[in-house]
Design a protein around this ligand. Structure first.
Ligand SMILES: Nc1ncnc2c1ncn2[C@@H]1O[C@H](COP(=O)(O)OP(=O)(O)OP(=O)(O)O)[C@@H](O)[C@H]1O
Length: 750
């Protein structure tokens, strides 16, 4: 049957026209509605790959109405709801919610005027039911007594088990009911429920609907509900049928059924979808079908396309002017129409104590419920510092050196020699080498000892000629008259494997120092001043540090700061991304918790963890492994904690930029090595390519590492520029990271 005939049979032309003509509205009248959406346009993706989700959509939800938002999966319902609660922005078009523009100053949206049950569970499953209600109630400014009163009713009504049951131990359906209850707990003016009846048995589903109807009648609560059980929305006052981001219709259910002569709303949806597919549902043609042509008196402007009709713009048969609960003069004052821009002072003013308390309590409770995870997080830096102290900077021991000593027959060994003896000086030198934990492997021929080095069995080959002792004696006694042959034969010939810089340098040092030791001992025994064995440069006690500097002490400041910085980064980014992925952050933001409140509560809770990590790391570094600390421990603690705070703030940036743990991990890993290499942690900045030095100066750990090194090795205090530069630079980075993450959190909501 043709469409126009169908509709003619159900609604008289004059009646239909009256519905449409009453739709003319002004901004003032739109603001009187609970929700009013006009010409909403929203797309995702880039210009090339644009995915249009809402296309000129109009929607009107009267105060106190139950509005069923129906449509196939992916048609844009959740997107529309996110725009309504102020968590996404339209690309164009207008939305008024409870009289104000969502997200504008003074609109109260997002905020406790709204109760939002998202599609995902969005609950802390480690909490009990009561703790869940306490959290949502406190965020919304309720007292514990008020919440407890409400819990009793909600548990009974939603057939939930004991309030002390953990959410994770509930069935899927029970968990969704807890989520629904969390949206109801503070009795909001506008309830937005995204598929609240999934997994709920038919009897309970009917109870929920009855409760919603009661709420809308007695408390004038406006309810927008999406569901896949289309026919349950017969009980709604108004239905919006959405398809492909457009409204096929926006009418009371009984009118829809009557107009399309269907028994079920599913049939209506199917019928309208077919019409849309045939391209018939264009406003220009369909308006004529529904309303008839304008009379000569009305003129062509009667159906002016800019006039106000709810439903899909230019593509609807809305009768939404049928107010369910007409607005009366007793309505509360409307928020300012244009809220104005949020300034810094507004943010500070909106740091609410009760919300901060609730969020901080929630974060601590989460930690308490995840004790093994927290122990791991606190224990991890300890393991890392232990590994560092046990592995990095210690001198390699038991290195092999091959030698050939032609002063001896291969069958005879060096015998101990006491006193001033010029015999077998090679043996005396070798004894001195052995005291340095070097393993000496004797070979008969030079080729064999060289082969041992070539095959990697020894780090160097030493050769003593057959008249080594004699030549050395001659060289000492004849000095300037010593012949070339004498000088050559008195040398120990050394061929090293220098492929490993550290080991090569260490053995070179040991070979030289062992010779000095041997010479001193020998000269002393022969009544000559042993000091004459020293090279003629006298190294006095160093001003700072030890005569033989230790790589552990050099690397420790950078390593301590890196451990604390990156573990704080990981903890913060991880927990923020987890909250966002599970919809917990979104739910929090819809309730009016502001980004600064989320950040500050994370700072407070994670600061405690970071302080414990710092304490453990410092105890192990200085008390257990005796890393040099010549300066004040107080400055060390403050600087380390500041670096941890800086890492946390960097974690905020990472988590606000990355959507998944994987991208955050790549981000963190990608920044780890550059920081390690460029911040002077494992090699002095002075050795870098000069362009990289400038890069190094704008990285967060460069100044702090230098500062900590100066405190630990030189014992300097905060009055020294090198030291206070580290504190100032870290403070600046904290501010930069915090500000950047706040900006990203504010603007990155689609
Ligand atoms: N952040 C996003 N980026 C890109 N596309 C998105 C994003 N969010 C949603 N979409 C797309 O927009 C369309 C509408 O999604 P939306 O979640 O609003 O649908 P829906 O009607 O709520 O679906 P369902 O009933 O399955 O929840 C979908 O095609 C989805 O893939």
């Amino acid at each position: 049957m043709p469409v126009e005939v169908e509709i003619d049979q159900t609604l008289a032309l004059s009646e239909r026209r009256s519905h449409f003509q009453s739709q003319q509205s002004t901004v003032a009248s739109r603001r009187q509605q609970a929700v009013c959406v006009r010409r909403a346009y929203k797309h995702y993706g880039t210009k090339k790959m644009r995915h249009i989700v809402l296309e000129g959509l109009n929607m009107t939800v009267s105060k106190g109405a139950i509005y069923g938002l129906l449509g196939a999966s992916g048609c844009g319902k959740t997107t529309l709801l996110s725009c309504i609660v102020g968590r996404r922005k339209l690309n164009s078009g207008d939305i008024w919610v409870l009289g104000g523009k969502p997200g504008s100053k003074g609109s109260g949206v997002p905020g406790p005027r709204i109760g939002y049950m998202p599609q995902e569970l969005s609950l802390y499953v480690e909490f009990t039911i009561r703790e869940t209600f306490l959290y949502f109630g406190w965020v919304n400014g309720m007292t514990t007594e008020e919440i407890d009163e409400k819990i009793h009713f909600l548990l009974k009504f939603l057939q939930l088990p004991s309030a002390n049951r953990f959410v994770k131990t509930l069935s899927g359906g029970q968990q969704r009911r807890v989520s629904l209850a969390a949206a109801l707990v503070h009795s909001p003016e506008l309830l937005i429920l995204d598929e609240p009846t999934v997994g709920v048995d038919p009897v309970l589903r009917q109870n929920i609907w009855e409760y919603l109807i009661d709420l809308s009648k007695t408390k004038k609560t406006t309810i927008i509900i999406t569901t896949h059980y289309i026919d349950e929305t017969r009980q709604a006052n108004m239905i919006g049928l959405m398809r492909g981001g457009k409204f096929l219709a926006e009418q009371p259910p009984e009118d829809l059924l009557a107009a399309h002569m269907c028994d079920t709303l599913e049939d209506v949806f199917l019928k309208l979808s077919k019409l849309q597919n045939q391209g018939k549902r264009r406003r220009s043609s369909y308006m004529l079908e529904v309303m008839g042509p304008p009379t000569p008196e009305e003129g062509p402007s009667a159906f002016d396309t800019t006039s106000e009709i709810s439903g899909e713009y230019g593509d609807n048969i809305s009768l939404s002017s049928k107010d369910v609960n007409p607005v009366t003069s007793t309505e509360p004052d409307l928020p300012p129409e244009e809220g104005g821009k949020w300034g810094l002072m507004d943010y500070l003013k909106f740091l609410s104590i009760h919300r901060m308390k609730a969020v901080i309590w929630k974060d601590f409770l989460w930690m308490w419920r995840n004790v093994p995870v927290m122990l791991f997080i606190i224990g991890l830096p300890v393991v890392q510092i232990i590994l560092f102290c046990l592995t990095i900077g210690r001198d390699p021991k038991n290195l092999h050196l091959a030698y050939v000593n032609d002063e001896l027959n291969f069958t005879t060994d060096c015998m101990p020699i006491e006193g001033c003896s010029y015999d077998l000086l090679s043996c005396q030198y070798l004894d001195s080498l052995r005291t340095r934990t070097i393993i000496l492997d004797r070979f008969e021929f030079e080729e064999e000892s060289l082969e041992a080095v070539q095959k990697g069995r020894a780090w160097g080959a030493l050769y003593f000629s057959s008249n080594y002792s004699h030549s050395l004696k001659e060289r000492l006694e004849e000095a300037r008259y010593a012949s070339e042959l004498i000088v050559n034969d008195s040398n120990v010939i050394v061929q090293m494997d220098m492929s490993n810089q550290h080991i090569g340098h260490l053995l070179n040092r040991d070979l030289l120092m062992s010779f000095v030791d041997f010479a001193k001992k020998f000269l002393g025994a022969c009544g000559i001043n042993p000091k004459s064995a020293n090279i003629p440069i006298r190294f006095e006690e160093p001003v700072y540090g030890d005569q033989i500097p230790d790589f552990t002490n050099f690397a420790a400041p950078g390593v301590i700061l890196t451990i604390i910085f990156f573990l704080s980064l990981a903890l913060t980014a991880g927990s923020m991304i987890m909250e966002r992925k599970e919809g917990l952050q979104e739910r929090c933001l819809v309730l009016g918790v502001t980004p600064p409140e989320i950040l500050f509560s994370h700072v407070v809770t994670q600061f405690v963890v970071m302080a414990l990590q710092t304490l453990m790391v410092l105890v192990f570094s200085f008390a257990v492994f005796d890393i040099l600390c010549a300066g004040s421990l107080l400055w060390v603690i403050i600087l380390t904690m500041l670096s941890g705070l800086c890492g946390m703030c960097f974690g905020f940036v990472v988590s606000s930029l990355c959507d998944t743990e994987l991208t955050a991990t790549y981000f963190a890993m990608g920044s780890f090595l550059p920081v390690l290499m460029l911040c002077g942690i494992c090699w002095p900045v002075e050795g870098m390519h000069y362009t990289l030095k400038y890069v190094s100066f704008v990285l967060p750990l460069t100044f702090s590492t230098e500062s900590l090194r100066a405190i630990l090795a030189r014992g300097w205090d905060i009055s020294q520029p090198v030291v206070y530069h580290g504190f100032v630079a870290t403070g600046v980075w904290i501010v930069v990271f915090l500000a950047s993450s706040l900006m990203v959190l504010k603007f990155r909501k689609g």
